[in-house]
Design a protein around this ligand. Structure first.
Ligand code: ADP
Ligand code: MG
Length: 339
């Protein structure tokens, strides 16, 4: 009998993986910005053209890469962030899958410029559809710039599937804001088609939120703080009178990573019980810090979901902390069936 199974060539495997990691320009924005943060950057610039369809560039002043690493970073499963399986349960970086750059390079034209502080010269690389077309030493500033051009150039179906520039830009801005909100101590700028949309100086959490969501946000914020063995909670909730009809500003960050959790969202809603007008939703900006070994982030390639060891305890702590903060600001629940 003849055998028919073959190992896929790397560039095909990369293209398949890319389908999971890169849904749209905003996915590239997220991956590049997270890499810049992991590289210790204090200044991160995002430059986009045509809602990222033509160009997505992230420039950072982080630690840069050696010549060897600059080439290796485009290999699949190539990462400086974990070394062994156990590291997956003690993560201190945004990245760890070593997949993003290999995926992006498989479906776009990528130009990398990178230099480490101690080196005289940096490295300039161009890779298109997983093929290196240029590599040379170059005079560069410290840090790294990734320019991703012509996303999905070799997957017309994906390219055609992209939404209008208005919609794709909205996704980019959402992603930019989430990353910026998780790192108030980093200076972020966003330019689109030559104009500056955001310029967020290094600041504290409250100031960062206000800079993103306008000055009027300031008076709406009630601070939240709690410190237990299971979790540290920091951040702000919106005063009930400012609740909105749509689900507007609702953000959970766990260990500086934006995550979605219907379960924890419910904990917040239940803390607001009796305080909100029918059909309105509260704003919240909540930062949870938990010991890395008590969570599993490796559930989905985009890492927006997390599995907690003790979700119920977290729910209870979050709910009572939010209730407490609401109470402190003289907005004690009118209808509190709990006691
Ligand atoms: P991961 O972030 O999961 O490790 P990536 O494919 O995103 O995988 O990146 C591969 C590697 O390239 C990273 O582990 C890191 O060592 C290096 N790298 C990527 N972006 C940067 C950057 N902006 N500055 C310095 N090194 C980087
Ligand atoms: Mg990464």
């Amino acid at each position: 009998m003849s055998s028919i199974i073959q190992l896929l060539p790397d560039h095909v495997a990369n293209q398949i993986a890319a389908g999971e990691v890169v849904q749209r320009p905003a996915s590239v924005v997220k991956e590049l910005m997270e890499n810049a943060i992991d590289a210790g950057a204090t200044d991160i610039k995002l430059i986009c053209k045509d809602a990222g369809k033509t160009l997505i560039q992230v420039i950072d002043n982080g630690k840069g890469m050696s010549v060897t690493d600059a080439r290796l970073c485009f290999e699949r499963h190539a990462t400086s962030k974990i070394r062994k399986a156990e590291d997956l349960f003690d993560l201190h970086t945004k990245g760890f899958r070593g997949e993003a750059l290999a995926s992006i390079a498989a479906i776009a034209h990528v130009e990398l410029k990178t230099k480490q502080d101690q080196e005289e010269l940096g490295t300039h690389i161009i890779i298109e559809g997983s093929k290196f077309t240029q590599q040379e030493p170059a005079v560069l500033p410290k840090g790294t710039s990734f320019a991703v051009k012509n996303l999905f150039f070799n997957i017309p179906a994906r390219r055609n599937f992209l939404k209008s520039d208005t919609v794709e830009l909205k996704h980019i801005i959402d992603e930019f804001q989430k990353v910026a909100m998780a790192h108030a101590n980093i200076h972020f700028t966003l330019y689109h088609n030559g104009s500056e949309l955001f310029n967020l100086p290094q600041s504290n959490l409250r100031q960062r939120i206000v800079n993103i969501f306008s000055g009027k946000t300031n008076e709406k914020l009630v601070p939240v703080k709690e410190n237990t063995e299971i979790v540290t909670i920091d951040g702000f909730i919106g005063k009930p009178e400012f609740a909105k009809k749509n689900r507007g500003e609702q953000f959970f960050f766990v260990n500086d990573r934006f995550i979605k959790s219907g379960y924890l969202h419910h904990a917040i809603l239940s803390a607001y019980e009796g305080l909100l007008k029918e059909g309105t939703q509260p704003s919240y900006f909540l930062y949870l810090n938990v010991p890395p070994h008590t969570i599993d982030i490796n559930i989905h390639p985009t890492k927006t979901e997390i599995k907690f060891d003790d979700e119920q305890a977290l729910y209870a702590i979050l709910r009572s902390t939010v209730k407490h903060s609401l109470g402190q600001f003289n907005v004690a629940p009118v209808l509190d069936f709990d006691r």
